[in-house]
Ligand binder design. Structure first.
Ligand code: SF4
Length: 395
């Protein structure tokens, strides 16, 4: 073990997670994130050893269709190309028929997840969205989302996974009856990024305390939950580590965080952060490895399309999931970065010594927890999951 890793695990700074597993200290995590290129191989080896000890030699992915229910959003994140104001080219709220058209196409291609991505509460800012919702027959975007999740659950073989932004306790409960899992990226614990000109300037739903509150409320309700961090948006290394530790703390308390996404910022044309420097590949690998050493047992995901053409190297950082990969729809959040072809993903994963397995939007170990939320979910999960909890109809 190299001196920095040794130091992190040393008796004086011994840290144990809730299950009694030794983890690196906050100080060691910081030093490792800041370490030079010479330290990287031993850091990656340590992360791989921890993964090998606690996880099977399986890397999972969810075969999904992307359902951008509405791209109207009341926030203005500095890196976002997804959002639109009403009347802007491409502004759109999908009709139920359009949702089912995408879902049917996904069924034909062996997909098991309908990922609902949408802007946060657009009707609070835009009268046009209030009109659209009235026309569709719903009081709010969340009422409409709930109905669309239930429709997909009842009428198709896909399972919905909504990402609607901030949710109240009541809405977490309502959506948990029509979706086996849901998500909200913490992104960061940094409040500095809410300042004028920073990434979350004019993004009221990105206040870290509000997002941590939602993740905690989901924990209290035992909802299988996806969250993660967005790195390279102006956060300090301390803030990056503290964001991971905050997620781990909530999972240790409630046991509901099914995966932690480590997503790297990519600069996008036409956004306020178009000329912001992108993360160095080694920095991403270091962050993945530190995440693995901070949360050894948890599922850690990194999106392959944001690291193309070197995405297979992300496995060296100790991840065990590729996230949602679509054979059909583009990544509407990162439309310029296509998903890897699934056969290529399989080949590269196997070359690294892992089996690629299709999972449902809810991870195998959380299927039972998800099924407890409604009879409809129990019935649908019973028909979708194989005996180990992976996708039963895997293609
Ligand atoms: S990242 Fe999400 S919350 Fe921020 S502007 Fe885009 S759609 Fe809205």
């Amino acid at each position: 073990m190299n001196p920095t890793l040794q130091d992190g695990f040393s008796a004086g700074t011994r840290n144990l997670d809730a299950g009694g597993m030794e983890v690196i200290s906050r100080d060691a995590a910081l030093r490792l994130l800041d370490a030079g290129g010479r330290e990287l191989p031993s850091l990656l080896s340590a992360a791989q050893r921890v993964r090998a000890r606690l996880h099977p030699a399986i890397v999972t992915y969810s075969r999904k269709v992307f359902v951008p229910l509405t791209n109207l959003c009341r926030d203005y994140c500095g890196y976002c190309t997804f959002r639109r104001d009403p009347g802007q080219p491409g502004a759109h709220t999908m009709t139920p028929d359009e949702v089912m058209e995408v879902v049917r196409a996904g069924e034909r291609m062996g997909c098991t997840e309908a990922l609902f991505s949408l802007g946060d509460k657009p009707e609070l800012l835009f009268p046009e969205m209030r009109d659209t919702l009235r026309h569709l027959g719903y009081k709010s975007t969340l009422h409409y989302l709930e109905a669309m999740c239930e429709m997909v659950l009842r009428e198709s073989s896909l399972l919905p996974h909504p990402n609607p932004g901030l949710m109240s306790v009541e809405w977490l409960s309502r959506l948990s009856r029509v979706a086996p899992s849901m998500g909200l990226m913490l992104e960061t614990t940094s409040t500095r990024l809410l300042a004028r000109g920073a990434a979350h300037d004019n993004a009221p739903d990105k206040v870290p305390a509000k997002r941590l509150r939602v993740i905690e409320d989901a924990g209290r309700q035992k909802i299988p939950f996806t969250t993660g961090i967005l790195i390279g948006i102006g956060e300090t290394l301390e803030e990056r580590v503290d964001s991971l530790i905050a997620i781990r703390g909530l999972h240790e308390k409630y046991g509901h965080v099914q995966e932690v996404i480590v997503q790297n910022f990519r600069a996008k044309h036409g956004t306020p952060m178009a000329s912001w420097p992108e993360l160095d590949h080694q920095d991403l690998l270091r962050t993945l490895a530190v995440a693995r050493l901070l949360m050894p047992r948890m599922n850690i995901q990194a999106p392959p399309n944001l690291s193309d053409p070197h995405y297979d190297e992300l496995l060296d950082g100790g991840i065990n999931d590729w996230g949602g990969v679509s054979p059909l729809t583009p990544d509407y959040i990162n439309p310029e970065m296509p998903w890897p072809h699934l056969e290529e993903l399989r080949r590269r994963t196997e070359t690294k010594g892992f089996e690629l397995r299709q999972r449902l939007p809810v991870y195998p170990e959380f299927v039972e927890q998800a099924a407890a939320h409604s009879e409809l979910l129990a019935e649908r999960l019973g028909g979708s999951a194989d005996p180990q909890g992976y996708a039963g109809r895997a293609a």
